[in-house]
Design a protein around this ligand. Structure first.
Ligand code: SF4
Length: 315
């Protein structure tokens, strides 16, 4: 299999504690409920001599095993807003589809790490999902999430996007993905053609937390998505990006690559992610400093998903 083929990287991913400890020559990885998974393209960006490397920190669990107050298995209770399996409808104009349970990487702060994917697959339940969207003309935007949609093949993606484009009142397709940051080989010519040529307004919201994740290869590949609006959202993570220098660098580097910073999310309080929590006061202070450092259009909105119908704007 060719080495610049994304399936190669998807297959030869570091999995489990033993492989990861061997690769990084450390003993910090432990096997756990949310299994370790690190794509090679991401692993190669990690400084093996730095045990506090900000990319390493995101994939290594330093889990507090005892239960913590206010942290739960499913912090956003998304299933409450799922009228049809695989579809989440929180806001009148848009629906979110769960399209895959697979991710290129397992981020240890992930709020969906305990999500019941087996009962929520919008693709296998497509007829019901489609009927629901067709029958509600207020919906003009479809958001594709997962897991990570881009773990599907280009052919499956193309069919799904065509099916969505066939619903006349849908204007915008938004894709939330971390795959193309952690595995840039995923941006194939066929994927780029599908997205660039769609009749829909296509928006990709990348999930990037640190400028070190934005590799040379990513910078080359992202230019293929010339017909797509590119935004970024980050999670504010203690020990990863909770510094004004790091956040400023990230926003500037994103802009250099044609990507606008969109959201800076407070951590969703999932059990096991306690060590990543940044306090509200510290987050607000960081955000104020960002406003001083950057032009307004480069400052992401500081938000927290409140698990109900909306986001809390912290500022
Ligand atoms: S890529 Fe996104 S959905 Fe997948 S583990 Fe990371 S945060 Fe969770």
């Amino acid at each position: 299999m060719m080495k610049d083929n994304w399936q190669y990287y998807a297959r030869y991913t570091l999995k489990g504690a033993n492989q990861s400890n061997d690769f990084f020559k450390i003993e910090a990885f432990k096997d756990q409920d949310f299994p370790i998974k690190i794509p090679l393209e991401f692993a190669q960006l990690i400084d093996k001599s730095n045990k506090n490397d900000p990319l390493l920190r995101q994939v290594i669990s330093s889990k507090v095993l005892s239960k913590s107050e206010n942290f739960s298995l499913l912090p956003l209770e998304e299933e409450k807003y799922s009228p049809v399996a695989g579809l989440i409808h929180k806001y009148p104009n848009r629906v979110l589809l769960i399209t895959s349970q697979v991710c290129a990487i397992h981020c240890q702060y992930c709020f969906r790490q305990n999500f019941n994917y087996s009962e929520h697959d919008a693709i296998s339940n497509w007829n019901e999902v489609q009927n629901y969207i067709v029958n509600d003309v207020k919906i003009n935007e479809v958001i594709l999430s997962g897991g990570d949609l881009l773990s599907l093949s280009d052919d499956k993606l193309s069919i799904l996007i065509d099916n969505i484009a066939n619903i006349a009142h849908i204007k915008t397709l938004r894709i939330h993905t971390r795959s193309i940051v952690v595995m840039p080989s995923r941006i194939t010519d066929k994927l780029a053609d599908t997205l660039n040529q769609s009749r829909l307004n296509v928006v990709i919201v990348l999930h990037t937390n640190h400028a070190q994740e934005l590799s040379v290869k990513f910078a080359q590949k992202i230019t293929k998505l010339s017909g797509v609006t590119l935004l970024n959202q980050s999670v504010l993570l203690k020990g990863v990006n909770d510094s004004i220098k790091i956040l400023t660098e990230l926003c500037l580097k994103l802009f250099d690559l044609g990507i606008l910073p969109y959201y800076l999310h407070m951590l969703d309080k999932v059990q096991g992610a306690q060590d990543f929590l940044v306090k509200d006061d510290d987050a607000i202070q960081l955000h104020q400093q960002l406003k001083n450092n950057l032009s307004g259009y480069l400052v992401p909105k500081l938000v927290r998903d409140n698990g109900n119908h909306s986001k809390d704007w912290l500022l």
